[in-house]
Design a protein around this ligand. Structure first.
Ligand code: HEM
Ligand SMILES: *[C@@H]1O[C@H](CO)[C@@H](O)[C@H](O)[C@H]1NC(C)=O
Ligand SMILES: *[C@@H]1O[C@H](CO)[C@@H](O)[C@H](O)[C@H]1NC(C)=O
Ligand SMILES: *[C@@H]1O[C@H](CO)[C@@H](O)[C@H](O)[C@H]1NC(C)=O
Length: 319
């Protein structure tokens, strides 16, 4: 191998990772001291009207971080001339955008062009989880907003995967099996459309599903027979709006709505973790907070690859 090429490869391996932004807790302390307070107030006000925003924000943050990195690319609206991640398959149900818009509007008044949309999403998610009963954790900030939002880059795991087939999506982002099992605990809030689990109800049904749950889901999905309707079922059938470890308990009881969720409790790769989380809520909450910080650090941009959007739905320089 020519020396040049080896040098180039070494540069890629060792230098590139360090060009990513350094995140730190309190990044806005001097530039926008009230930034976290403002995000918190906006989230509180939305939550007081609609508890279900927690599921919306969590999933949005997850999708943001899993496509290119936590760079706010999930927030970009398609335009007449340019498409965006919102046009990709798993998009249609993503929600919570208006909360980010509200926080952004306020933050632009308070300290223009200072707080990134990617950070707003990370902070809003953290705050919403706490409002729903989860543990509060301090999160490092300083993310820049990305300059690209391409539906072709959206490659998210399908709910029909097995644990071992879902895992590579996480390891590709530097996350472990434990991180995956922990983060899927996010399914303790929020809901899924029938189209995401209906295959489990077909034929003789899925033998791994509690028959009582199957009956409930069949009834819910009956409405799907109407044109253009795709009803919702809670992912955690017991404490659907609480951020707690009940999700894992439900999986042990075979009350998983999504195939992947149910598999967590059955697969030898993950079932011990599920047992441990189901047995101890504080243990789950601690692990979840740590895993969220890892999730929130994926592929973060620095100022040479990103900027601070003035409107989270549009690039500063329209393309
Ligand atoms: C193997 C990985 C994952 C798969 C296959 C998966 C799949 C899904 C599916 C199919 C839905 C239902 C979407 C709908 O019908 O609207 C959903 C919802 C949701 N997911 Fe995941 N997910 C995964 C990982 C995660 C992670 C890591 C998080 C966050 C930590 C997360 C948070 C959520 C939340 C909160 C909802 C509810 C959304 C709402 O209420 O609008 N998921 N997920
Ligand atoms: C979501 O993606 C589908 C393609 O799978 C597209 O037809 C639809 O318009 C997108 N939804 C939104 C809100 O952009
Ligand atoms: C539902 O959750 C509550 C609170 O965590 C728990 O005490 C109860 O055992 C759960 N019920 C079922 C049927 O799982
Ligand atoms: C539950 O987890 C917490 C946090 O990891 C730990 O301090 C506590 O000892 C655990 N409780 C039990 C009963 O194992």
């Amino acid at each position: 191998m020519p020396k040049m090429m080896i040098t180039t490869i070494l540069v890629f391996i060792f230098v590139l990772p360090f060009t990513f932004a350094e995140l730190r807790v309190g990044f806005y302390t001097s530039t926008c001291p009230r930034a976290e307070r403002i995000v918190r107030e906006v989230v509180e006000s939305h939550f007081s009207k609609d508890e279900s925003i927690v599921g919306g924000l969590l999933r949005l943050h997850f999708h943001d971080c899993f496509v290119r990195g936590c760079d706010g690319s999930v927030l970009i609206d398609p335009t007449r001339t340019r498409t965006s991640e919102k046009k990709a398959g798993p998009n249609l149900t993503a929600r919570g955008f208006e909360i980010i818009d509200d926080a952004k509007t306020w933050l632009e008044q308070e300290c223009p062009s200072t707080v990134s949309c990617a950070d707003i999403l990370a902070l809003a998610t953290r705050d919403s989880v706490e409002l729903a009963g989860g543990k509060w954790y301090s999160i490092p900030t300083g993310r820049k907003d990305g300059l690209l939002s391409d539906p072709a880059l959206v490659n998210l795991p399908s709910p029909s995967l097995s644990v071992s087939d879902a895992l590579p999506f996480f390891t590709a982002k530097g996350l472990t099996l434990e991180d995956m099992v922990t983060l899927l605990g996010g399914h303790t809030v929020g809901f899924a459309h029938c189209s995401m689990f209906q295959n489990r109800l077909e034929g003789n049904g899925d033998p791994s599903m509690d028959p009582a749950l199957e009956q409930t889901l069949v009834q819910i999905c009956e409405f799907k027979k109407r044109p253009n309707s795709d009803p919702l079922a809670f992912l955690d059938q017991n404490t659907s709006f609480l951020f707690d470890n009940q999700f894992y308990h439900q999986m042990i009881l075979r009350r998983g709505v999504l195939h992947i969720d149910q598999q967590l409790a059955l697969d030898p790769l993950s079932r011990n973790m599920v047992q441990n989380f189901a047995a101890n809520d504080s243990f789950f909450q601690e692990k979840f907070a740590k895993a969220m910080i890892k999730l929130g650090s994926i592929g973060v941009l620095d100022s040479t690859d990103g900027d601070i959007r003035k409107n989270c739905r549009a690039f500063n320089i329209p393309l």
